[in-house]
Each structure stands twice: as structure tokens, then as C-alpha cells.
Ligand binder design. Structure first.
Ligand code: IPM
Ligand code: MG
Length: 358
């Protein structure tokens, strides 16, 4: 029987609650499928670890998880430690160390979930956002000098490379090709950012020639926010820079009905390194320990992990179970306007997985 080695990193806040639920669901799914199982190794890295050791993860952290088949990640960030420390020390250290340059964020309105957009349904809002995840505005290039003096300066340089742009464009065009509509929207801001964004556009055009069966268009990021709200049905696959997609994906998650259900994958498409799968919602310290964290973002994330592992049937079964549960409003957690607890949602998803006879 195939065994997948998964590095589970719950991290901070509700990360522990949702990853525990995710592990339970994945084990139940594996038992249901019968053809594979999971071997989870848990790592206690995160802000508590930082408070004890002064670092978010051990110096050889990435080496410890390098040979996993995938990384299952909860959340990072705590109210009492600056975010740039916790993020760069763990999540971004993994993303960059493992060259997970393609961040994939599907958005769809699941059954029973209401979008704040009037008339939005799973028929007219079904997107996947591809976020460049290794460079651009979040490359970490920049500096700060003359701290505290009036002449203090600080820069964050948006750094774009031909290699980096070409590979994310290729990834996005290929993903668009794999979806029924075969349609890609390239988000840009080349009217104002006249160097890197112009190169971004040029490379999009070049790469598009390798994908003559994919239709595509180009959209300025500001106008894109309007199009997402006003004409959601005109979008399918979307590619954008690190910063632009960061912002657009929060808007998208909100339009999808809740940040609590949105999943994401940080992929190293060449599979030279493990890829990382995480719910979008973050550590949510305001609800820690209340047992009301929505585990659906983690379950949806788990379906992306299963896809990546090649377990398409298992992924589809888990997705059907998730949709069966979202359709039942009595199983909605508070972020969806309900009263359900994490354990009840988890139990219901497991029952739906076990009872799914397709
Ligand atoms: C996200 C988050 C992170 C990001 C933050 C917490 C750094 O907003 O996954 O979108 O921008 O990468
Ligand atoms: Mg974000």
C-alpha cells in the first residue's frame, strides 16, 4: 500500500485546531479509499517555539521536512510577536527554501454558502487565482538606514526576473488549459509601473504563443477589483504578481462567502521540493480555544494536497463530502453565520466520506 509522508505544521492560533481536524479527515479518507495511507510527522514550530528558542523553526528545519511528500500547514502569526518575524521565520522560509513559486487559490461558491454578491452562484463564480509566490514585491529585497533620524529611508524593491515571470505564466496558462473554459486573465499594472510590469506583459504575450488553445486577456489590477465584483462570470483562471494576487485573493475569498473556507497550495511544480498546503484564514487568535474554527478551509486544502499526490478519486470524494456538509446550514460555523463547532463539522465530513458510495 502506498504511504504518503506528510509533514504537519499546525503553527499558531487556530492552526492546531484545524490541522488536527484535517489529519482526522485525511486518515478517515485513506481508510475509505483503502489504497493508500498517511504517515504524519508533527512539527511544533511557530511562535511558541520562537519564544523558547528565539527562532521560529530549527536552523535545519527545511532539511527535516525536505523528503516529505507534502507539507500540511496550519497558520502563522501571533499578537505579541511582529508578523514579519513570524512569517519570514517559518512560512516564507519554507516557501522560498522550497521554491514554491506557484501559489494556487481556487474560489467557488459551495452549496449552502452565501456570497455577499447578489446573484453569485457556483455557476457564475468559479475562479482559480495563481499568485507568483517567490519574487515581485515580496522578494525581500530592500533595506533600511538611518533608523530614527529624520533622514531615515526604507525600500522594498519589487524584483521581477524573466525566469520567475516566464515560469509563473507557463504554470498559469497550463492550469487555464486544464479547466473547461481554457481562459486566463493576466493581471497587470503596466500603465503606472513602467519597468517590471511592462516586462510581465511582454512575457505573458510570449508564453501565450505556446498555448494557442487558451484564450486570454489582460486587466489592470485596479479595474480587476471592479470586474470581480461586477462581472464575476467573465473570469476563470487569473494570474497576478505576489502583491496583486495577495490583495485580489482576499477579495475573492470574501466574494466566495468566507475566508474560513478558502484553501491554498504553495507548489513547486517541478517537484524538486515538497509543496505546502494551507488554509488561507490565518491564526485567528480571537477565536482560539473556542472550538469554533471552521475546518473546511483545511479540508478543501486537503483536497488540493490529494490532487497533488495524484489521488484524484480521494480528492473528489472529500470535495463531495465538504459540499454535502456546507449545504446543511446547521453545520455552519460562526464565520458562516451559524453555531456549529469544529468537531461537529469534522464528524459530519467524515460521515459523508465514509457514506459516499460513488
Ligand atoms: C496570504 C497572507 C500572507 C501572504 C501574509 C500573512 C504574509 O496574507 O497568504 O495571503 O501575503 O503571503
Ligand atoms: Mg494575503
Amino acid at each position: 500500500m502506498k504511504t504518503y509522508k506528510i509533514a504537519a505544521i499546525p503553527g499558531d492560533g487556530i492552526g492546531g485546531e484545524v490541522i488536527a481536524a484535517g489529519v482526522e479527515v485525511l486518515n478517515a479518507l485513506a481508510a475509505r479509499e483503502g489504497s493508500f495511507k498517511f504517515d504524519f510527522t508533527h512539527y511544533d514550530w511557530g511562535t511558541d517555539y520562537y519564544k523558547k528558542h528565539g527562532i521560529m523553526m530549527p536552523a535545519d528545519g527545511n532539511d527535516q521536512i525536505r523528503h516529505s511528500d507534502a507539507i500540511f500547514f496550519g497558520a502563522v502569526g501571533a499578537p505579541d510577536v511582529p508578523d514579519h518575524i513570524t512569517l519570514w521565520g517559518l512560512r516564507l522560509a519554507i516557501c522560498q527554501g522550497f521554491d514554491q513559486y506557484a501559489n494556487v487559490r481556487p474560489i467557488r461558491i459551495l452549496p449552502g454558502i452565501e456570497s455577499p454578491l447578489r446573484n453569485a452562484t457556483d455557476k457564475n463564480l468559479d475562479w482559480v487565482i495563481v499568485r507568483e509566490n517567490s519574487e515581485g514585491e515580496y522578494a525581500g529585497v530592500g533595506g533600511r538606514a538611518h533608523r530614527g533620524h529624520p533622514e531615515e529611508v526604507a525600500t522594498d524593491v519589487a524584483m521581477f526576473t524573466r525566469t520567475g515571470v516566464a515560469r509563473i505564466m507557463r504554470f498559469a496558462f497550463a492550469l487555464a488549459r486544464s479547466r473547461p473554459r481554457k481562459f486566463l486573465t493576466v493581471v497587470t499594472k503596466s500603465n503606472a509601473q513602467r519597468h517590471a510590469m511592462v516586462m510581465w506583459d511582454e512575457i505573458a504575450l510570449e508564453v501565450s504563443k505556446e498555448f494557442s488553445d487558451v484564450k486570454w486577456d489582460k486587466m489592470l489590477v485596479d479595474a480587476m477589483t471592479m470586474r470581480m465584483v461586477m462581472r464575476p462570470e467573465t473570469l476563470d483562471t487569473i494570474v497576478a504578481t505576489n502583491l496583486h494576487a495577495d490583495i485580489l485573493s482576499d477579495l475573492a475569498a470574501a466574494l466566495g462567502g468566507s475566508l474560513g473556507i478558502a484553501p491554498t497550495a504553495n507548489l513547486n511544480p517541478e517537484r524538486k521540493y515538497p509543496s505546502m498546503f494551507e488554509p488561507i484564514h490565518g491564526s485567528a487568535f480571537d477565536i482560539v480555544g473556542k472550538g469554533i474554527a471552521n475546518p473546511l478551509g483545511t479540508f478543501w486544502t486537503a483536497t488540493m494536497m490529494l490532487d497533488h499526490l495524484g489521488e484524484k478519486a480521494g480528492s473528489a470524494r472529500l470535495m463531495r463530502a465538504i459540499e454535502r456538509v456546507t449545504a446543511d446550514k446547521s453545520l455552519h460555523t460562526p464565520d458562516l453565520g451559524g453555531k456549529a463547532k469544529t468537531v461537529a463539522v469534522t464528524k459530519a465530513v467524515i460521515e459523508a466520506v465514509v457514506g459516499d458510495n460513488r
